[in-house]
Design a protein around this ligand. Structure first.
Ligand code: MG
Length: 456
């Protein structure tokens, strides 16, 4: 029997607390594994402003150099700069040291392909195998790699991103970088784009003194207040590594994630990719511009893969992780912010645009179940769920099972990848419909789970 290899990568790279899952020994092994796995050529490395990031970066770089690969060192940059540099400089891989939206004690490592797309699961498994077996291709002293400082690449990123967007002067924007990796870059690009910019938490600081790096409603109170108080057109906030962006409207309210994604998708037009758990708001908005929605598994790498498969114009998850394939396959929170500004300039105030979209009642419920039973329970749910409804328009089994119903309502039953529960997510045309879908699907799921528990 084949030996079981411990899984290092989660949904977005290797992530954990420093001294616990993330430590220098692991960082060295990952550096050696990337140096072994990547093709012949250079490897781009960047890191966020966490206190442990420069240290982890040094060790990862040492591993790469020991495999005879050259390092292109960006220093402290947002994740999208690593993706873009990997693509533009013809590098064989990109490595970003970051724990994204997690608090200060955490860190992580995320890997990028030569086209700027995150490593796929099969590539992550290959890295895990090399780490586990310690099958590193170390080279002799005369073949070691060289490291080169390429922090000046940032100016190319700035000019290329500005060449892509069409923004007229006159927009007043408050940007809250959460003291994360975009603290210098996002305000600079917004100013160069002609915006009047007010900054919050825009000094890089690994202690994240102003707010938690997760750009959630509870962490963005100050941004919402300032946008309203100074009469700004909008607010923009990033997570710790700025692959994500969330917006605050001109009324000082946090923009609904799904509605904002829907508005920008319609603005991009054509074919758009999103995940199975995204609202039908995106389908409704795209229908008006003769666009098409393709749904894929939850996770930004799945969105990126699907964008390349179908040749989509745009793609994103409701979390604010958006991919702009005309620029790069790496999610880019800075470009996402600029796209929202373009939307406001073309279509009018953000609050009105959001309010004009209908709000469908949503529900999210979790039902506990044994991890070992998840697969069989989901097989049973795939069979039985469609019998609850007489008006099914579409069945999508790509990630759990998602049913689209005739009146635009939908329901998704999907197992958690990390915890012992199955989640039901749904949207109903009205409260009554949402309630009925909720009750019926929850009862079915509970009955199926009970049947498995009794048979054990
Ligand atoms: Mg992030």
């Amino acid at each position: 029997m084949e030996e079981e290899i411990p899984q290092l990568f989660g949904t977005s790279g290797i992530r954990g607390k420093l001294g616990d899952k993330i430590n220098l020994e692991l960082a060295l092994k990952v550096g050696l594994a990337v140096g072994t796995f990547a093709g012949k050529g250079k490897i781009v490395v960047g890191h966020d402003p966490r206190t442990s990031s420069p240290m982890i970066s040094m060790v990862v770089k040492a591993g790469i150099l020991q495999c005879g690969k050259d390092v292109l060192d960006l220093g402290m940059v947002p994740t999208p700069v690593v993706g873009y540099a990997t693509k533009c400089l013809g590098a064989q891989a990109g490595v970003m040291i970051t724990a994204s939206h997690n608090p200060s004690p955490y860190n992580g490592i995320k890997l990028w392909n030569p086209n700027g797309m995150a490593y796929r699961q099969d590539q992550e498994r290959a890295i895990e195998r090399i780490v586990h077996c310690e099958s590193f291709n170390r080279v002799s002293w005369d073949l070691l790699g060289k490291s080169q400082d390429i922090s000046n690449f940032v100016s190319h990123y700035v000019s290329d991103i500005l060449a892509l967007v069409k923004i007229k002067p006159g927009i007043k924007v408050v940007v809250d970088c959460g003291s994360g990796a975009a603290s210098n870059l996002s305000p600079l690009i917004l100013r160069q784009a002609g915006c009047e910019v007010v900054t919050l938490n825009s000094q890089p600081d690994g202690f994240f003194p102003g707010r938690n790096p997760e750009p959630s409603q509870k962490n963005l109170g100050e941004l919402m207040r300032v946008v309203k108080a100074i009469g700004a057109d909008l607010g923009i906030a990033h997570d710790g590594d700025a692959d994500r962006m969330v917006a605050v409207d001109d009324e000082g309210r946090m923009a609904d994630f799904d509605k904002l994604l829907a508005l920008v998708s319609a603005q991009r037009g054509g074919m758009v990719v999103t995940t199975v758990d995204a609202s039908a708001a995106i389908d409704r908005c795209l229908m008006e511009v003769d666009g098409k929605v393709k749904r894929t598994k939850v996770g930004d790498v799945h969105v990126a893969e699907r964008i390349s498969e179908v040749g989509a114009n745009f793609g994103g998850e409701p979390s604010g992780t958006w991919i702009h394939p005309e620029f790069c396959m790496c999610p880019d929170g800075i470009l996402s912010g600029l796209r929202v500004i373009e939307l406001v300039q073309e279509k009018g105030p953000l609050a009105k645009l959001l309010d004009d979209l209908p709000t469908y009642p949503t529900r999210r419920v979790t039902v506990n179940c044994q991890d070992d039973d998840k697969k069989s329970i989901m097989q049973e749910m795939e069979k039985k769920l469609p019998y609850l409804f007489s008006d099914i328009k579409d069945v999508n089994p790509i990630d759990g099972v998602r049913l689209t119903l005739s009146d635009d309502s939908w329901v998704l039953v999907r197992p958690s990848g990390t915890e012992s529960f199955i989640r039901i997510t749904l949207e109903g045309k009205d409260e009554k419909r949402a309630h009925q879908i909720h009750q019926d699907s929850k009862k079915l799921l509970e009955d199926v789970i009970k049947k498995f528990e009794e048979s054990e």
